[in-house]
Design a binder for this molecule. Structure first.
Ligand code: NAP
Ligand code: HSE
Length: 431
């Protein structure tokens, strides 16, 4: 049996998952890859941290030189997170002809060009399945199995932390903070969970997926982004009343050769398969012009599901021949030039929740403001005033309208004297 030496950068949630899989599936991996995989070194920050896995102490190092200067190490697996030093370490390793596997969507979505170019130039393989949707094989799905299609629309629940929080709020009546703490304990959240709850993590993933699915280069800052921190139990209850479930969706649609790219909380019809994706599960729903509707579902975060994608990438490299010096990576994400649609031109249905004074004529004046801006209303609910409350809750649902028109109406409503505040605006998708 041939032997290969690899190095792990990071032994956190994902690193531990990879270590465990390499141990408990050793035999399967050996047979499937044709190699005995030896972990030669593991880079960490803190040598004294308890690791929770049975790993020989002598494998740990805090010095990247121990890895980069060891020519017997053929594959470097980056699971540290963040941009630096992850990017620099991967570039240095590529220049030393080491193949790379990464789980890091942040560095791919923001600095991917340099990494792909260097991999290409140095003739090394660069795999990144775990960067989007943890254990779901969506990258290889798009890059390999779906290449016969023109993908028209893609909707993803691609962040496990926010899906876990929204599930706990909807099904268990849990408060936001409590659910976030649980997601952190379970190892789903990023080191800085702002990235999860403010939608950055989903936007990084959407930039990667849409580049691949639509064959055009998508920069992270071309993705419109909103997180879930504004969602309250009232929104969740109203959504249910209207027959919807609130999910943080990453959406890309091609309309007249232009792409719409957005991440935001969304009302999803309760009957749609995406509405039934709970806890830390992820799912990606694709409309292809040959395959039709397709959904991939699985665990999007956590040590073993993510480790499964990382180890799968290591095996792919071994199968492609780890000793081959010049191998071109298969990702070419600039096959076509595509324009991007400005968010103000996006057309959606909207849910609007506002607190208003309980006075005669208020409802009439508000609906007139919508009408003047070409926003047609589908339904309106007004709740009676609870004792001690400043105003009453008014909920409106629109027909399809241009975002610009909606925002013009909201600008007027915001300054109306009888409006206490506009509490939330959530887009509705009907697929
Ligand atoms: P984590 O638990 O915070 O682990 C990070 C590891 O990297 C730790 O072992 C840390 O060392 C090490 N590290 C960080 N900076 C370092 C540095 N400058 N020098 C040396 N070592 C350093 O993170 P994670 O959850 O495993 O996530 C890792 C990557 O996978 C991220 O890119 C994340 O976005 C991605 N990802 C995570 C998941 C998930 O479910 N968690 C799923 C898919 C993708 P110490 O332990 O000594 O501090
Ligand atoms: N923090 C990410 C999530 C990890 O919650 O989905 C997986 O990328």
């Amino acid at each position: 049996m041939k032997k290969v030496r690899i190095a792990l950068l990071g032994l956190g949630n994902v690193g531990r998952g990879v270590w465990k899989i390499l141990q408990f599936n050793q035999d399967e991996i050996r047979k499937r890859s044709g190699y005995d995989i030896e972990v030669a070194k593991v880079l960490v920050r803190d040598m004294n941290k308890a690791r929770g896995v049975d790993i020989p102490e002598e494998l740990l190092t805090t010095d990247f030189n121990d890895i980069i200067e060891d020519s017997s190490i053929k594959i470097v697996v980056e699971m540290m997170g963040g941009i630096e030093p992850a990017k620099e370490y991967m570039l240095e390793a590529m220049k030393k002809k080491k193949h790379i596997v990464t789980a890091n969507k942040m560095v791919l979505a923001t600095e991917g060009d340099q990494l792909f170019e260097t991999a290409d130039k140095e003739g090394v393989m660069f795999y990144y399945e775990a960067s989007v949707a943890g254990g779901i094989p969506i990258i290889s799905g798009i890059n390999e199995s779906l290449t016969a299609n023109k993908i028209e629309q893609l909707y993803g629940i691609v962040n496990g932390t926010t899906n876990y929080i929204l599930t706990k709020m909807a099904l268990d009546g849990m408060e936001f903070e409590e659910a976030l703490e649980e997601a952190k304990e379970k190892g789903y959240a990023e080191a800085d969970p702002t990235s999860d709850i403010e939608g950055f993590d989903a936007a990084y993933k959407l930039a990667i997926l849409s580049s691949l699915a639509f064959g055009t280069k998508v920069e992270f800052d071309q993705v419109y982004r909103e997180g879930i921190t504004n969602i309250t139990s009232e929104d969740i209850t109203y959504a249910k009343e209207f027959g919807y479930v609130i999910k943080l969706l990453a959406i890309v649609k091609e309309i007249n050769n232009k792409l719409q790219l957005r991440v935001h909380p969304t009302f999803v019809p309760a009957t749609h398969p995406l509405a039934n994706v709970y806890n830390s599960f992820n799912a990606i729903f694709i409309k292809g012009n040959a395959v039709g509707d397709l959904m991939l579902y699985g665990r999007g975060a956590g040590d073993l599901p993510t480790g499964s994608a990382v180890v799968g990438d290591i095996i792919s490299i071994l199968r492609n021949n780890v000793d081959l010096e010049s191998y071109l990576p298969s990702v070419k994400n600039n096959l076509w030039h595509k324009e991007f649609i400005d968010m103000k031109d996006v057309e959606c249905k909207y849910y609007i929740r506002a607190t208003v004074e309980d006075k005669p004529g208020v409802l009439g004046e508000l609906t007139t403001m919508f009408g003047k801006n070409n926003v047609s209303l589908r339904s309106v609910i007004q709740r009676g005033k609870e004792q001690g409350e400043e105003g009453v809750s008014l909920v409106l649902v629109t027909h399809f309208t241009k975002e610009e028109n909606l925002l013009n109406a909201i600008d007027l409503i915001n300054i109306a004297p009888y409006v206490v505040k506009v509490d939330n605006i959530i887009r509705i998708e009907n697929f």
